[in-house]
Structure formats: structure tokens, C-alpha cells
Design a binder for this molecule. Structure first.
Ligand SMILES: Cc1cc2nc3c(=O)[nH]c(=O)nc-3n(C[C@H](O)[C@H](O)[C@H](O)COP(=O)(O)O)c2cc1C
Length: 157
């Protein structure tokens, strides 16, 4: 079984969502010792913002970009790697902080990469508790649910 662990907080060691995702992943690892974990930190390696050239090669619209130079091809390859990681995962653990009443733009850019896939995948999300604690965690879950469940049909806990 493969688990994709995604963090998107910009707050590094001060991040609450990172604590939550780490705890969830550690618990899953304890329960399923053979689970293979792939980690991606979207704050350290932000996905490209969506352009035709940055769409992964598997995206139906990527061909509209025409021939790519080396730099653009490297960006496309990076998007394709992120899409492949996502498609290969049985479980995705997402750290979803609330910034400016939304999800981090890095996370939105990551979601844009696999928006073409339209697959049903199990997702457990860790909402961060900010100043308003539980209420904020609910807001975070609501945001992630809107982004993931409605267009992508993901299970959500
Ligand atoms: C740039 C920034 C914007 C934020 N915007 C909001 C907001 O709109 N609403 C809110 O309730 N909390 C907001 N917060 C508080 C964060 O949700 C809170 O710090 C939470 O712990 C962030 O998750 P993290 O610690 O994993 O980064 C914001 C924090 C930062 C750093």
C-alpha cells in the first residue's frame, strides 16, 4: 500500500498542520508497518502555477502548448511526476492550512495538476487549528472538501 504525505504550510517547524499530518502518518505506519510513504513538501518545492506548458503530458489539453523548450519540458516533467505520485497512492494525507480564507496557493497548484485525472481516491485530511481552533479546522475541512470531493469524487474524513 502506498501513502502520499503532502504538507503545504509555509510555517515550517511552527506549523500545526505539519504536526497533524505527521501524527496521522505515524499512526498509519504503526497500524500498517509495510506501508510505503512518499513525502512531498509543497512549500519547499511549489508546483508551477497552471499554464498550458506546465500541464502534465497526460493532461488532454497539454498538446495545445506545442513544442516545449528545455526549461518548459523540465517543468512539464515535474508536473507529470506529481500526477504519477498522486495516481499511484492508495491513501493521500493532506495538510491543509487556512490562509486568507482559502487553501495555500501551492496546494491549489498541486490540485490543478491532477484535475484531469477524475479518479476516486481515498483522502484523509488534517485541518490546522489556528486562533479559533475547532471552528477553523471545520473551515479548513470545508475548503478541502469543496476542492477535492466535488470535482474529484474523493472520499473525505
Ligand atoms: C498567511 C496566513 C494567513 C492566514 N489566514 C487565515 C484566515 O484567513 N483565517 C483564519 O482563521 N486563520 C488564518 N491564518 C491562521 C492559520 O490558519 C493558522 O496559523 C494555522 O495554524 C495555519 O496552519 P499551519 O500552522 O499548518 O501553517 C493565517 C495564517 C497565515 C500565516
Amino acid at each position: 500500500m502506498k501513502l502520499l504525505h503532502i504538507d503545504s504550510s509555509i510555517l515550517g517547524s511552527h506549523s500545526k498542520s505539519r504536526e497533524l499530518t505527521a501524527a496521522i502518518v505515524a499512526k498509519l505506519k504503526h497500524v500498517h508497518p509495510l506501508i510505503e510513504i512518499v513525502y512531498r513538501d509543497l512549500a519547499v518545492t511549489p508546483p508551477p502555477h497552471m499554464t498550458l506548458a506546465s500541464l502534465p503530458g497526460d493532461h488532454p489539453s497539454s498538446a495545445f502548448a506545442g513544442p516545449l523548450d528545455d526549461v518548459a519540458q523540465r517543468i512539464r516533467d515535474q508536473s507529470q511526476r506529481m500526477l504519477d505520485e498522486f495516481m499511484a497512492a492508495d491513501i493521500v494525507v493532506l495538510g491543509v492550512p487556512m490562509y486568507n480564507w482559502s487553501i495555500p496557493s501551492q496546494l491549489k497548484a498541486w490540485i490543478d495538476i491532477f484535475s484531469c485525472a477524475g479518479q476516486n481516491l481515498p483522502v484523509r485530511a488534517a485541518g490546522a487549528g489556528g486562533r479559533v481552533g475547532r471552528q477553523q479546522a471545520r473551515h479548513c475541512r470545508h475548503h478541502a472538501r469543496c476542492v477535492l470531493r466535488i470535482p474529484h469524487g474523493c472520499d473525505f474524513c
